[in-house]
Structures are given as structure tokens and as C-alpha cells.
Design a protein around this ligand. Structure first.
Ligand SMILES: CC(C)(COP(=O)(O)OP(=O)(O)OC[C@H]1O[C@@H](n2cnc3c(N)ncnc32)[C@H](O)[C@@H]1OP(=O)(O)O)[C@@H](O)C(=O)NCCC(=O)NCCS
Length: 441
């Protein structure tokens, strides 16, 4: 089966806060894979020479095409609104939100294989989609799940290394350090030292990327159990998928939590290239630093409170509202609390965005998950109330370009509901999810 999407190669040349390009759109094809298709590596082996030719052609035919004018504001804003990067896996529209290879989040939920009929998409399917531009079938995704499990073994030395870090070190610091520890396993670095031809770079990059994606949940879960569960780690399950296994190793075996983790990893995997961590990953990788080095650098950017750490900040802020005003906080109390936050020189976490100008569809799909699975949760109800109260206040401030909620405004209350209550850990979940995109750097 074949279906149609529109995006041109040039219109995907975008930067951090790129607006809709005036270059117009052309044609892109998304194919549904049939079960007889090749495995992921073999597919890439076929596709990569074509893509390399495509890039050469793009340079030759459009190399001199101008992509816009640069203003002082754009420079002061850190490349804001400039078309500055080639980013093929996803496109962030200010009004519509993210599309992965042309597919919106609801389309991914509909088309990507799930663990059970009607369930949330499996992140392995999204990985396949991002790398190939094709929608995999269940057999492909199951094979990729198995491959990731086969690659997931980490050396015991890694755990000893993590144990050597101060247990109070932020979980993101422990994650980033753990990734650097694993860097000695880089196949790319070894191949480069042995003088590999540049046309073959992708092969060892692929190995490193899949190994890193596969090994991160074990590392991340170890950090969680070390800090919060007295070091009682849980081995990987021998048949669960990526998201389910991650939840399992963290210590959560409620099937709804497995579904949440699948959705969580899928929607946090990629958000075009201009955000701090994505840009960092690609910048570092452009020096031919291997995927471990570039991913660790990306994690350090994700750990900032205006970026990935906002998910931690949101739950802590929501809990501070409850501590002060109780769960049944009135609208007036909420307004007063928000103004107090703003007047003390802080941001309202989970609201605003560098590119988006509407409610983030990643927020919306999490809200739908909550309506389905936890409609009576008091913190979910508070999140819903905030949706009514925060945007008018941010609008009244007069300077906030986007008063609507982003992905981080919602994720914490879902995790909290299923028992993952430690907000300080949340950015690690975001980091593991982003490996699906960044590891391709
Ligand atoms: C995401 C964010 C960093 C984008 O920043 P940006 O692109 O500079 O946003 P804007 O252009 O709208 O910022 C204009 C002004 O509004 C402020 N602003 C933006 N969002 C705000 C928020 N949620 N609360 C309070 N003030 C906010 C900015 O701090 C800036 O103020 P300044 O001129 O005094 O420096 C910003 O919206 C923010 O800090 N949000 C809260 C943190 C968050 O949720 N981060 C996760 C993003 S996915």
C-alpha cells in the first residue's frame, strides 16, 4: 500500500524556529512495508546510496537558491526563524505541531504497529519510520524489538561506574556520564582509527546508534532504581517490546503504564532540528564525533530547565500549587499563584515554545490518554484547569509569543498517576526517547 504526503527536500531545510517555507511543496511517498521487505539494516544499505545521490543533486541544482533574509532579531534570537539545517525526519509546523516523516501524531497512532490492537504505537515503529520514511508492519517491528533486546546487554563495569557517582547527582548527570562510559564501545571510533572509507561511515554509525538505543533503558532504569529503590535493579524482560521493557525495568508492570511508556517514547523521540539538544547532537556529530559523544552532548542540553528539564519543573510546580492551595484549588487561587510565579521572575513551566504557536499536539494526545485511563485523577484535573487559566494570563503579559501548553505540561501527571512520582527523574525518560532521533546523528 502506498499513500501520499507533501514535502519537498528544500522545504525541509529549516532551522530552530523556521516558519512555513515559501518554497512550496512537492511530493513525497510514504510506503507501507509488506512483510517480505528487508530488515532495517539491509533497507538502509539499499537506500543510503540513493539518498547520497539525492543530496548531491540538491546541492548541484539548488545550491545557489536563497532561503530568506537574515535580520538582527534572528541573530539575537539564536538563529530564530532562519532556515539553517537539513532535517529530514520531522517537520515542526508552528500551528499544526510535529509531523514525523509527514505523519501527524494521530496518524502515527493509527498507522504504526501497536503491542495490542488499538494500542499506542510502538517506538520501534517510529524508529523504522524515521530512518526509512516507510511505515513498518508488525513483523518488522517485532524483529526490531528482538534485535534491540539482543543488543541491550551492558557491562557490569557500567553499573560500578554509576555507583561511583554521588547518589545525589542529578539523574541526567548520571545518564550523561553513563553514556560517556559506554563510549568505549563505539564501533565508529574503532573503524575511523582503522582508516575506514567515508562511504562506509554509516555502517558503524548504525551499529553504534542501535547499540546505544538498545542499552539506554537498562542504564536509565539502573539509575532510577539506584536513587529511588535502594539499588534493587530489575533485569530486562526476555520478550517485551522497547517501551514495555523500559517500564518493566523501572519497576512498573501495570499494562497501562507500558502503554504510556510506548506513547511517551514515541512522542518525545524527535521534534525537528532547531531545539537545543537536537541541534547539539548534530553539531557535535558533524565533527565526526561518534553517536555516544554526540548523544551525551545532546543530553547535557536537554538537562536545561527551559528545555527537557521543564517536565520536572512542571510536576514540582503543580505539586507546589497543591501544597499551598489543596487539590480543589479555585480559579481565583490559581490565578493568584500564577501571577506570583511570574512576579517572582520565573516562567510558568510547560507553557510557551520557541516554534509552536498553538497547543502542542503532544500535549493533546497525552490529554486523550488521561481522559481514557485516569479521568478522575486530581492532578490531571488541575492540569485541565491550568489550560483554562494560564493562557489568558500569559497573553496579558504581552510578550509571550505562545501562551499554550507544550509537551511537558502534561507528561508528569500521567507518570505520577502510575507511581513514577519522582519528578527529578523525568528528563531521563525524555533523554532515552530522544536517542531514537539523535542516535542517527
Ligand atoms: C520554551 C521557551 C523557553 C521559549 O522561549 P522563547 O522562544 O524565548 O519564547 P518567547 O519568544 O515567547 O519569549 C518572550 C518572552 O516571554 C517569556 N515567556 C515565554 N514563555 C513563558 C512562560 N511559560 N512563562 C513566563 N514567561 C514566558 C520569555 O521568558 C520572554 O521574556 P523576556 O523577554 O523577558 O526574556 C519559553 O516559552 C519558556 O521558558 N517556557 C517555559 C519552560 C518550558 O516549558 N520549556 C519547555 C519547552 S518545550
Amino acid at each position: 500500500m502506498v499513500f501520499f504526503r507533501s514535502l519537498s527536500a528544500l522545504s525541509r531545510l529549516r532551522s530552530r524556529s523556521a516558519q512555513q517555507s515559501s518554497l512550496g511543496t512537492s511530493v513525497r511517498w510514504l510506503q507501507m512495508e509488506s512483510s517480505s521487505d528487508l530488515d532495517l539494516r539491509s533497507q538502509l544499505k539499499e537506500m543510503i546510496p540513493e539518498q547520497q545521490d539525492r543530496l548531491k543533486k540538491l546541492k548541484a541544482e539548488h545550491g545557489k537558491v536563497q532561503l530568506g533574509n537574515i535580520t538582527t532579531d534572528m541573530v539575537l534570537g539564536g538563529m530564530r526563524g532562519m532556515i539553517g539545517l537539513l532535517w529530514e525526519t520531522s517537520l515542526l509546523d508552528p500551528d499544526e505541531g510535529i509531523r514525523f516523516r509527514g505523519l501527524s501524531i494521530p496518524e502515527c497512532q493509527k498507522l504504526l504497529p501497536a503491542a495490542k490492537p488499538g494500542g499506542e504505537p510502538l517506538p520501534e515503529g517510529l524508529l523504522w519510520l524515521l530512518l526509512t520514511g516507510k511505515v513498518p508492519n508488525k513483523a518488522h517491528v517485532d524483529a526490531l524489538s528482538a534485535e534491540l533486546r539482543d543488543r541491550a546487554q551492558v557491562p557490569d563495569k557500567l553499573y560500578k561506574f554509576i555507583d561511583g557517582l554521588d547518589v545525589t547527582a542529578h539523574p541526567m548527570t548520571q545518564l550523561s556520564a553513563g553514556v560517556m562510559f559506554l563510549q568505549v564501545q563505539s564501533e565508529f571510533q574503532k573503524a575511523y582509527e582503522n582508516g575506514i572509507h567515508k562511504s562506509k561511515y554509516w555502517e558503524t554509525t548504525y551499529e553504534d546508534s542501535l547499540n546505544l538505543i538498545a542499552r539506554l533503558p537498562a542504564l536509565a532504569a539502573y539509575i532510577y532504581r539506584r536513587i529511588y529503590k535502594e539499588g534493587q535493579s530489575i533485569p530486562m524482560h526476555d520478550s517485551l517490546d522497547y517501551g514495555g521493557n523500559f517500564a518493566h525495568m523501572l519497576g512498573f508492570d501495570n499494562p497501562k503504564m507500558h502503554e504510556l511508556m510506548r506513547l511517551y517514547v514515541t512522542i518525545h523521540s524527535d521534534h525537528e532540528g532547531g531545539n537545543v539538544s537536537a541541534h547539539t547532537a548534530h553539531l557535535v556529530a558533524s565533527a565526526l564525533s561518534d553517536p555516544y559523544l554526540s548523544f551525551a552532548a545532546a543530553l547535557n542540553g536537554l538537562a536545561g530547565p527551559l528545555h527537557g528539564l521543564a517536565n520536572q519543573e512542571v510536576l514540582l510546580w503543580i505539586k507546589s500549587v497543591v501544597d499551598e492551595c489543596g487539590e480543589n484549588v479555585s480559579t481565583e487561587q490559581l490565578k493568584e499563584y500564577i501571577w506570583r510565579t511570574l512576579n517572582s521572575g520565573k516562567v510558568v513551566p510547560g507553557y510557551g515554545h520557541g516554534v509552536l504557536r498553538q497547543t502542542d499536539p503532544r500535549y493533546t494526545c497525552q490529554r486523550e490518554f488521561a481522559l481514557k485511563h485516569l479521568p478522575d485523577d486530581p492532578l490531571f484535573q488541575l492540569v485541565s484547569k491550568l489550560y483554562e487559566v494560564v493562557p489568558p494570563i500569559l497573553t496579558e503579559l504581552g510578550k509571550v509569543k505562545n501562551p499554550w501548553p507544550n509537551v511537558d505540561a502534561h507528561s508528569g501527571v500521567l507518570l505520577n498517576h502510575f507511581g513514577l512520582t519522582e519528578a527529578r527523574y523525568y528528563t531521563v525518560l525524555f533523554g532515552v526517547s530522544r536517542s531514537i532521533e539523535y542516535a542517527r546523528s
